[in-house]
Design a protein around this ligand. Sequence first.
Ligand SMILES: Cc1cc2nc3c(=O)[nH]c(=O)nc-3n(C[C@H](O)[C@H](O)[C@H](O)COP(=O)(O)O)c2cc1C
Length: 242
Amino acid sequence: MQGVLDIIRKRQSARIPFDSERPVAKEDLRQILEAGRWAPTAHNMQNFQIIIVDDKKVLGAIGRIKFTVSETFVRENYQQLSFSEEELLRKKVGILGTMFPPAWRTPGYKPDKDADSRRPIQTSPVMLIVVYDPNRRAPASEGDFLGIVSLGCIMENMWLMANSLGIGFHVVSAIGTDPVAKEIKSILNIPDHLKIPFAFRLGYPVSPPAKYPRVRRDIEGFTHHNRFGNRYKDVKYLGSDL
Ligand SMILES: Cc1cc2nc3c(=O)[nH]c(=O)nc-3n(C[C@H](O)[C@H](O)[C@H](O)COP(=O)(O)O)c2cc1C
């Protein structure tokens, strides 16, 4: 049995093709869904539905949708990128630029066909599309901020479960943005009023995950002690004068 922190640390994005000949077992998918089922949600509203897609024709139709990259994405993506491993290790936040095709990481670059090359959906044995009803909201939660946080809890629970079963998990959030979302809704018969916050591919990677530095800030980089700005340093006991 792996420890919780160990599973959390090993969770990783699988931005690589999955083996189309290696299906995900029904029982494993059930455990992933069970993990999502028990996720905490604001007011226990559980405002989500999940469409499980394993029909090759349907996956093919989703994979053929043209995902165009918006100028806004390219500009804001650029702000999060590092262009060397050293830069990323120093910053401790963001992503390595080389993980994206040139069209996604170069402001002003004319998108070309490689803009579409990172979502090997057709070869994924299964894809899960998460939808929620934006007409409901956690009580008094402006913009349903709490409902959206809840969707994150659902994502993380399923991601941890999948990875702990040795199953690759790749979030494809562009599926939720128009015009892609419109096409997905039409293919999957999703009622128009529902929104797609994210989707993810599940499967067994054809090769080991690409090696890239996985960076996070140190705990001291985001904690404050008793008042904002007062850096938290480890103390022996919390809540005591010792
Ligand atoms: C809400 C959310 C949306 C994400 N969308 C995408 C996505 O569309 N494509 C992708 O490759 N990764 C996506 N990711 C994965 C993050 O980029 C990834 O978790 C982060 O870079 C850290 O890398 P790691 O997952 O390997 O630890 C998303 C993650 C979250 C939490």
